[in-house]
Design a protein around this ligand. Structure first.
Ligand code: WT7
Length: 640
């Protein structure tokens, strides 16, 4: 099924009149194109250079190198000057009793006040600041306050455990943590401050904890370390002039090996890219009410809740709660209440609301909607159709946007005024983006209709610059398997029309509810307790979450624990080492794992078992113990 693009496309920012020319410019001279695009920002010194990068070792990526700007000025001050009364952020609380409309001039006042407090706590340009917060307004202030004074923030999602938090604090060398007394989400509280206290038992480097009391619950404060946030509106903090390549933030993300990596994004290129893509892909104009449901703990929250829309002077919605609380009509009610015109969410949310039933749509009209977006994982056709037919009542184009933490912004997506829509296809590269499909030998597949590993052949301003503190790991992870290309870790198909269909990760990375988790990371966490010797983790198709987590675990020979106890020990270890977001869907206690004679776990075989695709297991005679496969199948089938 193909849904044709709107006939009347002239109202779209990118339309049939300007598309070809933009496309040509970006293709013929990307550096000139991007330098032109950089003019959308307010610079202290406009750059004379555009892209300066190489994808051969030593890998180096720079954009607008000699430009000077301040990211917070771009997101706040200039709009506070031009449109002071315009709503910058519409904040909706978890319970649904309260909405706050914060204007650009108020935002400026708040960001300034928090910047002042950070300065008083000794935070300077280049210092790393951990932000461990719920979805409250102060979280936006904190990010922008860091940007104002040139500090590098690293937001850690509230669903991560104290252990994960401590790891990130250590890795980036943060001396200050900004947190809240507690978070409220879906009617439950999250003990953020208590988690920070636990994390700080493991690391001595944090000197100050700034605590925002978002609720009335009081929490214990450590003398000389913890400070309650009290804004002082009487002081002015001048924005610090930053080089375009000065770091803006670090965001940790999981890979196929080792600990999560600190993805580093810088200032000028990142903001140019986040701002341009937010405006053109969502066709976001002056009067739109734009809502991206992501948590600011993820890249989507950085680029498309905060930096992109605010850089454009748009009205962005920030929602504290979750889609199904108190009832599965929550999102639709907010859309009607706030007259949301652009709505961007994840397939997991769509699938779970679809499962809750169409009756939850009936008390709302959603007539304000104009554009719908999807992100984070492949969206299956059924969910796409439901989103299109039922939520958008066939009036709203869906932009299925493919990108990654590493890419800073959207790379492959339809443009609502240009592309025909194909349910489940992310369709075409954005201006200046050059995707390629590589075969196993690392050669580009030139046929139009093809399948392969998805890589990028050229840089774009929003690309990550390095892994914080470990450039060798950056080169190794993204540029060594296929030299000369940035390799995404995803597989994709391209059809006869040249449209892309993302098929998912080809490495040992899981995508659970749109969140990235490394199998290796979960395995390490699962074996934390001595009663478990070894584990192997694989993903399997899950109706709501996209991918579910299956753990195969070998207990210690001398363990006195029963199977059920072992399962809860594993759950406990994963929860404490990573956090509730990595809670396994199935745990199977087994006698052994399918390993080669050299000791390598054959996850491929476990994946076949997890998917009940037994016929695809194939030859197991090269395994150290071929009989183990039969045993594992029995265990899994017995439980099913
Ligand atoms: C991985 C990146 C992009 C921000 C949120 C997730 C998968 C993302 C799509 C899409 C199919 C998608 C990929 C990618 N992914 N968007 N539209 N269609 N798959 O960021 O945590 O860095 O994860 O999410 O597998 O590699 P992330």
């Amino acid at each position: 099924m193909i849904y044709s693009k709107p006939e009347q496309d002239k109202n779209f920012l990118v339309n049939s009149t300007n598309y070809q020319q933009l496309h040509q410019q970006a293709f013929a001279d990307p550096n000139a194109f991007w330098l032109e695009m950089a003019k959308r920002l307010e610079w202290i010194k406009f750059p004379t250079t555009s892209g300066n990068w190489q994808f051969q070792k030593p890998i180096s990526i720079k954009w607008f190198e000699d430009g000077l700007l301040n990211v917070a000025t771009n997101c706040v001050d200039r709009h506070a000057k031009a449109t002071p009364e315009k709503t910058a952020i519409l904040w909706v609380n978890d319970q649904g009793a309260k909405t706050v409309a914060l204007s650009y001039s108020e935002l400026l006042k708040e960001v300034n006040a928090m910047a002042h407090v950070l300065q008083c706590l000794g935070v300077q340009k280049g210092d790393r600041v951990i932000i461990y917060m719920p979805m409250i307004l102060e979280t936006a202030y904190a990010m922008l306050a860091c940007a104002r004074i040139g500090a590098i923030h690293s937001v850690v999602f509230g669903g991560f455990s104290p252990e994960s938090l401590a790891g990130r604090i250590e890795d980036c060398g943060a001396k200050i943590v900004i947190t809240a007394n507690e978070g409220v989400r879906g009617g439950k509280t999250i003990p953020l401050k208590a988690n920070v206290d636990t994390a700080l038992l493991q690391t001595l480097q944090v000197k100050k904890v700034l605590v925002i009391n978002g609720t009335t619950t009081s929490v214990p404060m450590v003398v000389d370390r913890d400070v309650v946030y009290e804004p002082d509106y009487s002081k002015t903090v001048d924005p610090v002039a930053m080089n375009a390549e000065d770091p803006l933030f670090i965001l940790y993300t999981s890979g196929s090996t080792g600990k999560p990596k600190g993805v580093l994004h810088t200032s000028g290129g990142y903001l140019t890219y986040a701002s341009l893509t937010q405006q053109w892909i969502f066709d976001c104009k002056e009067d739109d009410v734009y809502w991206c449901t992501a948590d600011v703990g993820w890249i989507t929250g950085h680029s498309y809740v905060i930096y992109g829309p605010l850089a454009n002077g748009a009205t962005t919605v920030m929602f504290e709660g979750v889609p199904n609380y108190p009832k599965p009509d929550r999102l639709w009610k907010i859309i009607d209440d706030l007259k949301v015109s652009i709505f961007y969410t994840a397939p997991t949310a769509i699938r779970s609301l679809m499962q809750a039933g169409d009756e939850w749509l009936q008390t709302t009209t959603r007539d304000s909607l104009r554009i719908l977006g999807s992100v984070g994982e492949p969206i299956n056709q059924e969910a796409w159709e439901w989103y299109y037919q039922k939520v958008g009542k066939t009036r709203c184009p869906i932009v299925d946007t493919w990108w990654q933490t590493e890419t800073g912004g959207i790379l492959i997506t339809p443009l609502p005024g240009i592309n025909n829509l194909k349910p489940s296809s992310a369709t075409t590269p954005f201006f200046g983006i050059q995707p390629v499909l590589l075969n196993e030998q690392g050669q580009e597949v030139h046929e139009k209709a093809a399948e392969g590993r998805l890589a990028l052949k050229a840089s774009w301003p929003g690309q990550m610059r390095t892994v914080y503190g470990d450039h060798a790991r950056f080169e190794e992870t993204y540029f060594s398997q296929f030299p000369g290309y940035y390799f995404s870790g995803d597989g994709a198909k391209r059809d006869e029309d040249g449209d892309y269909w993302i098929t998912g990760r080809v490495d040992d990375v899981l995508n659970v509810s749109g969140h990235r988790l490394g199998t290796a990371e979960i395995e390490t966490a699962a074996t934390h307790d001595h009663s478990i010797i070894e584990t192997a983790v694989v993903g399997f198709p899950h109706a709501i979450k996209g991918e579910g987590i299956m753990v195969f675990a070998i207990p210690a020979g001398n363990t006195v624990h029963k199977e059920e106890e072992l399962r809860s020990i594993i759950r406990g270890s994963i929860r404490s080492q990573i956090g509730p977001i990595a809670n396994p869907d199935e745990i199977h206690i087994v006698k052994g794992l399918p390993k080669t004679r050299s000791g390598k776990i054959m996850r491929r075989i476990l994946r076949c078992i997890a998917r009940s695709e037994f016929e695809k297991i194939g030859d197991v005679s090269t395994l150290a113990d071929p009989l183990i496969v039969e045993h594992i199948i029995e265990v899994v089938c017995a439980k099913a």
